[in-house]
Design a protein around this ligand. Structure first.
Ligand SMILES: *[C@@H]1O[C@H](CO)[C@@H](O)[C@H](O)[C@H]1NC(C)=O
Length: 322
């Protein structure tokens, strides 16, 4: 080998070394940027406290609901204490007693004028129906994240034998016939479905209802999450989401928050689409009632209690003919 040959070889080696190094730094940077901030270590105790289940106490509980049965599907419905009419509508419609399903309402403490009266009425209602669970945090829109984590913790503690659970608002139409069928062929673990939001991002406009400050959430996008109106999951996820929440600072957007907990435990929500048309089965637009249109959805958004009851009468008797 001549001197000029070895010189060239040396140069080649040097250039490749620099290239490899640059590539590595680049990859590292990407990894650092993508790494969820919260996944590295648990939150300090005083920060986690506001969401920790040990912080609050049950005022009303139904601890024996799953002692003698393992429901196929538990409906977990967040409500405010004053929403007695909405609870009644759910009990008369998709939430009615059924061998496959169990329906429970979750609430915090009433606030404002008439607190004592609301509390007394709700306790009477609870004696009649035995389907209300109440914890001693202030019930409010901003505290929905606390309520959601309370529901997860309740399921993991008192009903781990359930197959599936659905977090669903009281103003939603739920097609239990379609849903139960869909779940019969769903994964038994690590499964969550609903209307998946893949391009969510924090609103930095202070006037927005969904405003989120950079202190609370510094990243500029959200991980995939399921819209909070109604989502369904295998019951093992209740404990996993509760565990994940030790790593995630509370934000007042409960559905995004659940998405952040799912990211910690490495679970991605899946979209539910109809086979041929690819239509979203979890409808988050408002749709005018039509029996056969509703027969092809799992949920439809936003109904007043009286509308829900009226629609259900027609739907439950006629959906088979669609
Ligand atoms: C949320 O609940 C906590 C605990 O009861 C309370 O201290 C706080 O004021 C509530 N926040 C809102 C915005 O209601």
């Amino acid at each position: 080998m001549t001197i000029s040959h070895s010189w060239r070889l040396l140069r080649l080696l040097a250039v490749s070394a620099v290239l490899v190094l640059t590539a590595q730094i680049f990859v590292c940077r990407i990894a650092l940027r993508k790494r969820p901030r919260e996944a590295s270590h648990p939150l300090p105790e005083d920060v986690h406290r506001i969401l920790a289940p040990e912080t609050y106490e049950y005022i009303i509980n139904q601890p024996d609901m799953c002692k003698e049965r393992s429901p196929f599907l538990v409906f977990m419905v967040p409500v405010s204490p004053a929403e007695a009419e909405a609870r009644e509508a759910v009990r008369k419609t998709w939430g009615a007693p059924n061998p496959n399903t169990l329906t429970l309402f979750y609430t915090g403490l009433p606030k404002g004028p008439g607190v004592g009266l609301f509390q007394q009425k709700m306790e009477e209602e609870s004696k009649v129906h035995a389907d209300i669970i109440q914890m001693n945090f202030q019930d409010s829109y901003q505290n929905l994240t606390i309520k959601t984590m309370m529901m997860m913790n309740w399921l993991a503690t008192y009903c781990p034998s359930a197959s599936y659970a659905m977090k669903v608002d009281a103003d939603i139409f739920v097609n239990i016939f379609y849903l139960v069928n869909l779940l019969k062929s769903a994964p038994e673990q690590g499964f969550i479905t609903g209307s998946v939001i893949t391009d969510g991002a924090p609103r930095r406009d202070r006037n927005s209802k969904w405003f989120l400050s950079e202190e609370l959430y510094p990243e500029d996008s959200f991980p995939w999450y399921v819209s909070g109106a109604g989502y369904v999951f295998s019951s093992d996820l209740a404990a996993k989401i509760s565990w994940g929440s030790r790593f995630v600072q509370m934000i007042p957007l409960e559905d995004v928050y659940v998405g952040l907990c799912l990211r910690v435990v490495g679970i991605k929500p899946v979209y539910s689409r109809s086979l041929l048309t690819f239509r979203n089965l979890f409808e988050i637009r408002n749709l005018k009632y039509d029996r056969c249109t509703f027969a092809r959805r799992v949920i439809v958004n936003q109904f007043k209690p009286s509308e829900l009851v009226r629609i259900w009468q027609d739907f439950s008797s006629g959906h088979d003919n669609c």
